[in-house]
Design a protein around this ligand. Structure first.
Ligand code: NIG
Ligand code: FE
Length: 419
């Protein structure tokens, strides 16, 4: 099956098979009037239409980009997709002045989503997750990471990860599953957090690994959640299973999470609102990808991560939604791009690299996705706009017109295409 995307004003893409840092964070190649040819699920050619016509036979299908922009499909490298229940009442309380930490300390926060997720039958959780994946796809996301962490006990963690496995079979977005039994200390272990850490190490990690339900592991390293010492114990254990390591680091306070991520050779460190100068240097030295979540800063009315300092120090940045019911309730990567530019201070080019190639690198997939070049998987988005700058400039609307996943049109004219 071959597909030719033609009629675009611009094809805009980073290049390469590794994350881009420093000045290269904004290295977006702009190809006016270019076409993209997909063959057998992969990109076969990006460039001049005449050259295409000389070198290739007529395609099976032509998709008209109608003056829009073609970019790589968005990669969302940090979400908490499989959750049940929502927390709009807490949201209102925060608007009234209570803080996220105060609500969590009073028994709300993550724990209230844990109660709802534990209760939800498999099919209900699957339905909720599939709905979110549809919304992601309509908003241009073709690959998403997704974490457990609203189970916090063996069976419920396994249920969340099995939901992800089933969801991956039923719709086109590629799901990268991450085990996060250390997302919070569950209520029944509040008196003995170290005991819970040992349960994760002794029972939950081995069961998840035994059933091959995760590719990576994540820990929420934060005051009142898991200490740096406990985080080290959990992640050193996770290494035994060959999992990629991720950290929620320096979100609400500077606990040295970034430094720890670097010491442990993590693939990514997320949040970084309160990262120290030493933390930034450590990330840069080890090439850890900084995953910035501006939806959280906006949603919690908190500060933004110091993106300019991070880029200047040479930390490759990715952007993610953090889609979850408590600190960033959105599936939309273009919303995240707008907030990254208008709130945190990225340029539109830096943001585009952050949601494509660098996000792919955070998930160990930069060799396969994240840019439009021959040999990579044909995951692309056609925007109803003459340049990718419109993703931030024309904020608050969905400019995604068509989405192609592995060479197949899965969103056409803004609607899901049956698969
Ligand atoms: O990434 N920081 C911890 N976890 C999520 C929030 C989860 C929740 O509030 O339900 C985050 O911000
Ligand atoms: Fe998160």
């Amino acid at each position: 099956m071959s597909l030719l995307v033609s009629g675009a004003t611009l094809v805009a893409t980073p290049r390469g098979r590794a994350a881009l840092a420093g000045d290269l964070q904004r290295a977006v190649e702009l190809l006016p009037d270019a076409v993209v040819r997909c063959d057998g699920g992969k990109v076969a050619f990006v460039g001049d239409k005449q050259e295409h016509d000389r070198r290739f036979a007529d395609p099976d299908e032509v998709l008209d980009a109608a003056g829009g922009t073609v970019i790589p499909g968005f990669v969302d490298p940090h979400t908490h997709l499989p959750f049940a229940g929502t927390r709009e009442d807490e949201f209102d309380r925060r608007l009234g002045g209570e803080t996220y930490s105060q609500i969590a300390a009073a028994g709300g926060g993550i724990v209230s989503s844990v109660q709802a997720t534990r209760k939800a039958p498999f099919d209900e959780l699957l339905g909720l997750t599939l709905k979110r994946l549809d919304r992601q796809l309509l908003n241009g996301t073709t690959t998403t990471e997704a974490k457990s962490g609203y189970g916090l006990e063996l069976e419920s963690e396994l249920k969340q990860l099995r939901v992800l496995r089933e969801a991956a079979r039923r719709q086109p977005v590629e799901i990268v599953p991450t085990a996060m039994p250390a997302h919070e200390v569950p209520p029944e272990w509040r008196h003995d957090p170290d005991g819970y850490v040992e349960l994760v190490v002794g029972q939950i990690h081995p069961a998840i690994a035994g059933q091959k339900l995760a590719e990576g592991v994540d820990v929420f390293c934060e005051r009142g959640v898991f200490s740096p010492h406990q985080t080290r114990r959990l992640l050193a254990d996770a290494r035994r299973y060959g999992w990629r390591i991720h950290l929620h680091a320096d979100e609400l306070s500077d606990l040295g999470g970034a430094k720890l991520a670097a010491d442990l050779g993590a693939a990514s460190a997320s949040h970084l609102l309160h990262v120290s100068e030493d933390g930034i240097k450590a990330l840069a030295r080890r090439g850890v990808i900084g995953v910035v979540l501006p939806g959280v800063s906006f949603f919690l009315r908190e500060r933004y991560a110091p993106v300019r300092m991070l880029i200047h120090a040479g930390v490759p940045l990715a952007l993610a939604t953090d889609c979850n019911p408590g600190s960033s309730h959105t599936e939309s990567m273009s919303t995240v791009i707008a907030l990254a530019c208008l709130g945190a201070g990225l340029t539109t080019e830096e943001a585009l690299v952050a949601v494509t190639l660098n996000a792919a690198a955070a998930l160990g997939r930069a060799d396969r996705i994240g840019s439009l070049e021959a040999g990579k998987q044909a995951d692309l988005v056609v925007l109803d706009a003459p340049s990718p700058k419109h993703l931030a400039y024309h904020f608050g609307v969905n400019l995604v017109r068509h989405v192609i996943k592995a060479g197949k049109v899965v969103v056409r004219d803004g609607a899901l295409h049956p698969h």
